[in-house]
Design a protein around this ligand. Structure first.
Ligand code: ZN
Length: 151
C-alpha cells in the first residue's frame, strides 16, 4: 500500500504542478465558478457540450495542490463523455471520497486514474478541495449561474 500511496502522491503532485486544460475557453457552452471557503480554492470550470457530449473541458483559478490536481484530472476525464456519464462519474468519485477511511470504497476501480483521490479520505478537510471541481462542473452542466460552494 505504501508504494501505491507514493504513486498517488506523485500523480497528484504532477497534476498540481503542471495542470492540464488550464485555460480560458472562448466557445464554452457551460461554465460555473466554485469556491471552497475552508481552503480558499477558487475555480472556474468551462465546458463545451455538443449533442449531450462534453467535447472540451477546461478550468482556471487558484487553489491548493489537491483542488488543482483534481480539476486537472477531472477535465481530462470528462472529455468525450456524455453529460450522463460525467454525472455518474461524479457520483462514483463523491462516494469513494466520502466512504469512511476505515472502509474500502466500492467500485473504486471504475474511477481509473481518479482513484488516486480516494487517499484523500484520510484528510477530511481535503475532501472538499478534491470535490470542488466536480461540484462546479455539475453546476455548469445544470446552467445555474451562482457560485458553487462546498458547504
Ligand atoms: Zn484546497
Amino acid at each position: 500500500m505504501s508504494d501505491l500511496r507514493e504513486l498517488y502522491q506523485e500523480v497528484i503532485l504532477d497534476h498540481s504542478k503542471k495542470p492540464r486544460n488550464f485555460r480560458e475557453m472562448a466557445d464554452a457552452t457551460h461554465h460555473a465558478d466554485g469556491h471552497n471557503r475552508l481552503c480558499g480554492d477558487k475555480l472556474h470550470v468551462s465546458l463545451k457540450v455538443q449533442d449531450g457530449k462534453i467535447v472540451d473541458a477546461a478550468f482556471k483559478g487558484s487553489g491548493c495542490a489537491i483542488s488543482t490536481a483534481s480539476a486537472s484530472m477531472m477535465t481530462d476525464a470528462l472529455r468525450g463523455k456524455s453529460v450522463e456519464e460525467a454525472m455518474a462519474l461524479f457520483k462514483l468519485f463523491h462516494t469513494a471520497l466520502t466512504t469512511p477511511a476505515t472502509e474500502e470504497p466500492e467500485h473504486v476501480d471504475d474511477l481509473g486514474k481518479l482513484a488516486v483521490f480516494a487517499g484523500v479520505r484520510e484528510f477530511p478537510v481535503r475532501v472538499k478541495c478534491a470535490t470542488l471541481p466536480w461540484h462546479t462542473m455539475e453546476l455548469a452542466v445544470k446552467g445555474e449561474h451562482k457560485p458553487a460552494t462546498t458547504e
